[in-house]
Design a protein around this ligand. Structure first.
Ligand code: MN
Length: 204
């Protein structure tokens, strides 16, 4: 049984970056629905006991195409939002910059944390329609950035040995109540509530 992560803060705790109504709808409605439906489809497909990563990495094993698409979308919606919400903290609590091995790797590959943020924001801003921007780690410790459509992620896209480090949700439900059409403004502000200590843990 897959469980949606519980938010360790009140729904208004991410203001002014993300308003309470968006947190309540995004986590309480959208993410809750993905989780519920994913659980139903996993049972239907006889995949109970497997991890979400395992299921999404092996979608070809599901012969029923409707069920396969459902697992891809609902499983991605479940997993991607767990990764997204886990990395968010109220502005006063969020660790604003990485340290240690992750910082060293970012500086080596991107020059600076600011350059990485620019690259990720540009990627996420350019995702046509709904989707995600990602920072991920390859098995050899190097970092990779990419974007995905809908609820796809590195697992459903068949990117072997890639682990998500940070993700930027650019579905309109993530920002439209407050930012309307200004996706870039949302992305810029989002960094104020991203907790780099979570990214450091994921990079280890
Ligand atoms: Mn979302």
């Amino acid at each position: 049984m897959f469980e949606q992560i519980k938010l360790p803060f009140a729904s208004d705790a991410l203001e002014p970056v993300i308003d309470a109504a968006t947190v309540e709808t995004h986590h309480g409605k959208h993410h809750a629905a993905y989780t519920k439906t994913f659980n139903e489809l996993v049972e239907k497909a006889g995949l109970t006991g497997k991890s979400a990563e395992e299921i999404l990495s092996n979608l070809d094993a599901v012969s029923d195409l409707t069920l396969r698409t459902g697992l891809r979308n609902q499983g991605g919606g479940y997993l991607n939002h767990n990764i997204y919400f886990e990395q968010l903290r109220p502005e006063a609590e969020a660790k604003k910059a990485p340290e240690g091995a992750l910082l060293a790797q970012i500086e080596k590959q991107f020059g600076s944390v600011d350059k990485l943020k620019e690259e990720l924001n540009a990627l996420a801003a350019s995702q046509f329609g709904s989707g995600w921007g990602w920072l991920a780690k390859k098995a050899d410790g190097t970092l990779v950035t990419f974007k995905s459509a809908n609820q796809d992620n590195s697992y459903s896209l068949g990117m072997d040995d890639v682990t998500p480090i940070l993700t930027l949700d650019v579905w309109e439900h993530a920002y439209y109540l407050k930012y309307r059409n200004l996706r870039a403004d949302y992305l810029k502000a989002l960094w104020n509530i991203i907790d780099w200590s979570v990214a450091e843990e994921r990079y280890k």
